[in-house]
Design a protein around this ligand. Structure first.
Ligand code: DGL
Length: 279
């Protein structure tokens, strides 16, 4: 059987999806991966769903031009706003999306109260309401929208005084409500895990969905084709500023990243344009 070297593609508003990419790399080191950060438009959280759908569509077209074999919407906000729409618009493309990991938190809670931290777009979307409907099962779910966490992670502020102050403020009502599980409902948030754990204390278990998403990506591609037998290449794109993106990717990934792996693209209307070589 021929191996399938077409890339797995991932998208996010910024560097948040790197939390998923790290897990995908651990599980599937031989796969080529394209990672797209729409930093021209970050944050997605405060935007309305129609606008997020338009971005997700444009990015998907771009990734398909680069022969993506599966598209991972590594962003809760973009999944909430656009996953159904993407599946309808591109019926032949396998998509893997995100939803807040309420199910495992409900299974593990002892206090009967779980916390979900997320962004506006995810909180307001129908997907979140349906997740609560399907999985809350009488457990109390306390939700907190944490918009400044996205901005802090994008600025590389993972443990500054400002990050700590924001974490203390956001977690206070959840801790007062007696949560023992904290669901990270935004892919930027796993980068704040050490800080969140410190603020929440050892009795609160942090539920990070990244490993489960990587397992799902593996299932989808294994169903499709054979695995390449040499190490995969990761190529990064940003619609924002190249240099700060490169430095942040280097810092957040747990593998060496070279400058030649990172490219800038531009939005022209609804299209993403890359004036570079094919990776
Ligand atoms: N990483 C995105 C998510 O999971 C961030 C949302 C945003 O850009 O506000 O929701």
């Amino acid at each position: 059987m021929q191996t399938d070297t077409r890339p797995i593609a991932m998208l996010d508003s910024g560097v948040g999806g790197l939390s998923i990419l790290r897990e995908v790399r651990r599980r599937l080191p031989n796969e080529n991966v394209l990672y797209f950060a729409d930093q021209e438009h970050v944050p997605y959280g405060p935007r309305d769903s129609e606008e997020i759908r338009r971005f997700a569509r444009g990015i998907t077209r771009f990734l398909l031009e680069l022969e993506a074999k599966v598209i991972v919407v590594a962003c809760n906000a973009a999944s909430a706003a656009s996953l159904y729409h993407l599946r309808e618009t591109f019926p032949h493309v396998p998509f893997v999306g995100m939803e807040p990991a309420v199910k495992p938190a409900v299974q593990q809670t002892r206090s009967g109260v779980i916390g979900v931290i997320t962004t506006e777009a995810t909180y307001q979307g129908e997907l979140f309401a349906s997740v609560i409907d399907r999985f809350a099962n009488g457990v109390k779910v306390v939700t907190q929208v944490c918009p400044s966490f996205v901005t802090l992670v994008e600025a590389g502020e993972l443990d500054t005084a400002a990050a700590r102050q924001a974490a203390e403020g956001y977690l206070k009502p959840l801790l007062e409500a007696g949560i023992d599980q904290l669901v990270l409902g935004c892919t930027h948030f796993p980068f704040l895990t050490p800080l969140l754990q410190e603020v929440a204390g050892p009795k609160v278990h942090i539920v990070d969905p990244s490993p489960a998403v990587a397992r799902q990506v593996e299932r989808v591609i294994r169903l499709q084709r054979n695995v390449p037998d040499r190490e995969g290449l990761v190529t990064f794109f940003t619609s924002g500023r190249l240099e700060p993106f490169y430095l942040l990717v280097k810092r957040l990934m747990d593998e060496p990243i070279r400058r030649e792996q990172v490219f800038r693209v531009r939005w022209e209307g609804d299209h993403v344009v890359w004036r570079g070589r094919a990776p």
